[in-house]
Design a protein. Structure first.
Lengths: 229, 229
């Protein structure tokens, strides 16, 4: 996904730095700033190990010159509804719906965030093809800028959890067999043994053992059986 | 979902305030702090309209007394893998997987976050039933505390997008019929008219018109037809 982040008139350097950091956390790199506050000490501190993103920031004076650079323009808003300009914010997509919408698109995507107190100016909302809004509490819907960027980066990132090998059926069967041997050590009537075996199988079945856990568990059960014999 | 947030030894007041704000954004309210920095001016500023959450914070000296208060303890970690204590962080769930796991649970859930530089101490990781980690870039996996809380709050929140009424099939049929009338105004051969009608139906079909948009669009098309006649 070829996605750049645009902050329109950010007021606080700390937010710029935090945005840079979370972009790097999720594998994004290009940050545009429209008429921003100066990138000073606080921005540098909050960016932490994402100094390179701050170093490569592109600053422009007006949002118009940026709007034309993207194939899809996505506007973010924390205000949804009730106002007379409701129609320019509706219908909106959630971050997850946005991810689905952008998944198979080829083209340069610009994700626009407004300034901390006002949000995006109406002229930007009107230019953008897509409106996105994070579903929040009616009691306090307005989020911190850097936190809302974090949620968008999280949703739009292509980074996936690394694969963990789960135990195979064969590895699980060894465990069930050993558990069953241990159940037989107890002086239970036959029907109670069956029930206990089934319960143990259910418990270990739903815990989704990893291959590593299954290996360690099988070894421990084996040692236990040998000790009991 | 009865979920409380626990910050273990947070170093920066700004983070405590930002965490309070995002909790309120997503409808959560109970914040526990273990041996935190003082809640001062920066925390108050970053909390913005979530002062009530800061006012009701519960501070404790040791994490042990908190761990026993919850039915499910969830530990967060930004470090996944490679280290010798890998097993205490594995297997982990993503925030989305955690949501699925907690969905049908009844009980008090504690979501534990570690301090900005170290993360959670191993003793907490060992006590918790569930480990959660946000999939991030290998190049820079460690997130800002308040941003990682934001992503968990977003995923675990029960708040959903308000419903938007989409146009009904009947409302869409009026639009297609009027578009078709306009196509007939052009001097096209019959097969080209058919193709154009189909294309227009496809375009408006996939744009998922809201009822409001359909109403406005139908009115505009009607005016256009009357003007052309």
């Amino acid at each position: 996904m070829d996605l750049d982040v645009v902050l329109v008139e950010p007021k606080f350097g700390g937010n710029i730095g935090s945005v840079a950091r979370v972009m790097k956390n999720f594998g994004f790199s290009d940050l545009f700033l429209v008429n921003p506050t100066e990138i000073g000490e606080e921005a540098r501190a909050m960016a932490s190990n994402a100094q390179n993103i701050l170093d490569n920031v592109v600053e422009v004076d007006s949002v118009e010159e940026l709007l034309v650079q993207f194939d899809y323009r996505v506007a973010t808003t924390g205000i949804r509804g009730e106002t007379s300009d409701r129609h320019i914010r509706m219908p909106y997509f959630t971050p997850r719906e946005l991810k689905d919408k952008l998944r198979d698109k080829i083209g340069k995507i610009g994700l626009f965030f407004g300034r901390e107190d006002y949000g995006l100016p109406n002229k930007v909302l009107k230019e953008c093809e897509i409106i996105v809004s994070i579903p929040t509490s009616d009691e306090y819907p307005i989020m911190n800028l850097a936190q809302s960027v974090a949620i968008l980066m999280y949703e739009l990132s292509e980074i996936e959890k690394e694969e963990i090998r789960l135990a195979s059926q064969k590895e699980l069967d060894i465990i069930y067999e050993r558990l069953s041997k241990l159940v037989n050590h107890i002086d239970y009537p036959e029907h109670k043994r069956e029930k206990t075996n089934l319960m143990l199988k259910r418990i270990f079945g739903r815990s989704e053992l990893t291959a590593r856990e299954a290996h360690t568990l099988a070894g421990w059960l084996k040692a236990l059986i040998e000790e009991k014999s």
